[in-house]
Design a protein around this ligand. Structure first.
Ligand code: HSE
Length: 437
């Protein structure tokens, strides 16, 4: 059996894990793939690190462009990340007729349409299981396992850093800033955690899943993205009293008039399995018409969990290498000429329930004013709590949950409520999803 030759671009955490698992499980992987899969060349700027990991068992180079042009290489694994050099390398690999395996969610969410078109033209595969939720085979599930279904919506905890922070805030009642520092000290959060805490990483992954679930092009630029930096421990505690947990969800929902694609902190009923995904773990709940709800849970990051996904793609590509390109599993699940150009809806048109926290004067008629404004905007109240004012204070908190409404109406009601003289400051507003089937 002629081995399949792999060029690995980047041997950091995931690259190192890929080397280790591929070496450790070589015999079983070969039995599954039908051919040995060998990393013959590694490109990394840090040759010393590359030498330590590979022990001299692969050719080491510091010029990744030499690898993507090398006629001996069958598959290029891109683990560099980012959208600059990585994009050039992936496009050059495709141009040179190589199949590509990548974990690069930002690259696919932002430039996937161009990359898949180039791959289609060249008859090569671009596989990206590791780009979403690390070791969880969610791409495989959406693209192949659920292929009989009309997928209605999906909701995922797809960023481990933020889920760790939210779990700690809830468990210990601590503020966001305090927990972020703890997460950085423990190595759960990057030194620059912006992409995680602002929701961009989750939005990249949600964009990719939406595309495969609904057969639409990647539309990252139209996603609504809110992170967790403004979230207060007070609201996590109030949500808990009302039977909810707050999670950063990536949500994609297909509607008659378009697709909702959004990432934001979300109240989820505490009884849902998804609400009980704690720490750095990931999970994706998918609602589809034939199978109903299915839930996928596991590690969303880390060396060997992500390597598990990278190697699954290597095996897939190895198996399909010789198949007629027209009859391979399509990159985005639907045949390329069958992608639908349905719009991603503006956040104003999205529908969900709302949590609102208001600081108000404790005097007669305040609640009546507020409920009148909600009724005027066609918003129905689902639950409400009012705290007794603290000793010596004349103001108190009102927390209310609404039934599903359109975001535009919620915003209009909030603007009028904030203008009431008896309401102090801004209304804290969070979205809420029941996630029932
Ligand atoms: N930084 C991501 C997370 C993992 O915290 O889940 C890589 O996408």
């Amino acid at each position: 059996m002629k081995p399949i030759n792999v060029g690995l671009l980047g041997i950091g955490t995931v690259g190192g894990g890929t080397w280790t698992v591929l070496t450790r499980n070589a015999e079983e992987i070969t039995r599954r793939a039908g051919r040995p899969i060998c990393i013959t060349t590694v490109a990394d700027r840090n040759l010393e690190r590359a030498r330590t990991v590979t022990g001299g068992a692969a050719r080491l180079v510091d010029d990744a462009f030499a690898v993507v042009k090398d006629p001996e290489i069958d598959i290029v694994v891109e683990l560099i990340g980012g959208c600059t050099v990585a994009k050039d390398l992936v496009l050059a690999a495709i141009e040179n007729g190589k199949h590509v395996v990548t974990a690069n969610k930002a690259l696919l969410a932002m430039h996937g349409n161009e990359i898949f078109a180039a791959a289609q033209k060249k008859g090569v595969m671009v596989a990206f299981e590791a780009a979403v939720a690390g070791g969880i085979p969610i791409i495989k599930a959406l693209r192949e396992g659920l292929t009989a279904n009309r997928i209605q919506w999906l909701a995922g905890i797809i960023n481990g850093t933020t889920n760790f922070i939210l779990s700690e805030m809830r468990d210990k009642g601590l503020a966001f800033d305090v927990v972020l520092k703890e997460a950085q000290a423990l190595g759960y959060a990057e030194a620059d955690p912006t992409f995680d805490i602002e929701g961009n990483d989750a939005a990249h992954k949600a964009t990719i899943m939406a595309s495969i679930a609904f057969g639409v092009p990647m539309q990252y630029e139209r996603a609504h993205i809110e992170g967790i930096t403004q979230l207060q421990a007070t609201d996590i505690a109030y949500a808990e009293q009302l039977g909810y947990r707050i999670k950063l969800l990536g949500i994609a929902r297909k509607r008659e008039d378009g697709v909702e694609l959004r990432v934001h902190p979300t109240l989820v009923p505490a009884r849902r399995l998804l609400a009980n995904v704690e720490g750095a773990m990931n999970a994706v709940l998918v609602q589809a018409d034939a199978v109903g709800p299915t839930l996928y849970y596991g590690k969303g990051a880390g060396d060997e969990p992500t390597a598990s996904a990278v190697i699954a793609d290597l095996v897939d590509v190895t198996r399909m290498h010789t198949a007629d390109p027209e009859h391979r599993v399509p990159h985005l699940a639907f045949q390329p000429d069958q992608l639908e150009d349905i719009p991603v809806l503006p956040i104003d048109e999205c529908r969900c329930g709302y949590y609102m926290r208001l600081r108000v004067d404790d005097k007669p008629g305040v609640l009546a004013d507020i409920t009148r404004i909600l009724a005027d905007n066609d918003i129905s109240i689902d639950a409400l709590i009012q705290k007794a004012p603290a000793e010596g204070e004349s103001q108190t908190d009102i927390i209310l949950l609404t039934h599903i409404t359109v975001e535009r109406n919620a915003n209009a009601a909030i603007a009028r409520i904030e203008a009431l003289p008896v309401v102090a400051g801004k209304v804290v507003r969070l979205r809420m999803e029941e996630l029932d089937s």
